[in-house]
Each structure stands twice: as C-alpha cells, then as structure tokens.
Design a protein around this ligand. Structure first.
Ligand SMILES: [Cu+2]
Length: 159
C-alpha cells in the first residue's frame, strides 16, 4: 500500500505543470522570481524571472520599488567592444506580444540599487514591479546562493 502511495505521489509530481509557480498579471505571466544573495556591504543586488506576454499588445517592465533598496532600475548585460557591460534600460524592457523574456545572470535583470540591507540566502523579499500597461505587481523573490544560476533550479522543468 505504501509503495502504491509513493508511486502515485511520484506520478503527480512528474505530471505537475513545468511552471507551477506562474503568477498571472493582466496579460502577463511571471514565473520564478528570484535573487542572488549579496555579500556584506554590497550596494546592489539583482532580481531575475521569466516574463511571458500572452496578450496582443506589447508591455514594458519599467521599474519598481522595494523596501530593501533605495531604487530599482532595469538593466541589461551585453558585450560592448569585447567587454561585458551593464547598462540601464531607460525606456524599460519590452515584452512583445506572444513572447517571453528571461531575466537571468549575464542578461537582463532588475537592479536593486542602494541596498539598505543584504539579501540573505534562503530568505524571501517582496518587490513591487511596475509594468507600463499591466501596472504594479508585488512579487516575492526567493533569495538563492550567491553563485546560483537559473538552470540550477529548472532541472525538473520541460525545457
Ligand atoms: Cu545591473
């Protein structure tokens, strides 16, 4: 009997949708908001997630607020003249209709500026993101290890 229960439990886990933590916000779906722990004294931190636009018009992630940061910017990392540089996207990050945009280490990210406290691994932090069309959305970011990469946490997803 116990074996049967374990098999059923395993089947349920395997059958669960890959994006079990999807958060719907208007036409947008946000998946897996997370952040990296910051070293003591660090002035900035970064937040990551997947944003999917299921609507028929573009939206933009334009900024946000968080109690632990003086301000929030939307950044991209890109190679410029052979050097990896970070730059602020002053017009925000567009999420085209029918498209997904991944914010991840080495790419787009939400930059938490002027940190007033460190981001501690294992904790969670509330952040309100601002979308041009869909408006504000409060999300809970899981704080992962300082070296965490997005792939480390998607081993049981379908991609
Ligand atoms: Cu940045």
């Amino acid at each position: 009997m116990l074996n049967v229960l374990i098999l059923i439990a395993a089947a349920v886990i395997i059958a669960a949708p890959a994006w079990a933590e999807d958060i719907a916000h208007g036409e947008l779906v946000i998946t897996e908001p997370w952040s990296r722990a910051t070293p003591a004294g660090a002035g900035v931190g970064a937040g990551y997630m997947l944003i999917r636009n299921e609507g028929e018009t573009a939206d933009r992630l334009v900024g946000g607020t968080a109690p632990f940061a003086g301000r929030i910017e939307i950044h991209e990392m890109a190679m410029t003249d052979g050097v990896m540089r970070m730059r602020a996207l002053d017009d925000g990050l567009e999420i085209a209709p029918g498209e997904s945009v991944t914010l991840e280490p080495g790419g787009y990210h939400v930059m938490f500026m002027e940190l007033v406290e460190p981001l501690v691994e294992g904790e969670a932090r509330a952040v309100t993101l601002e979308f041009a069309e869909a408006g504000p959305l409060e999300l809970i970011f899981d704080v992962r290890s300082i070296a965490a990469r997005a792939e480390d946490h998607r081993s049981h997803s379908a991609n």
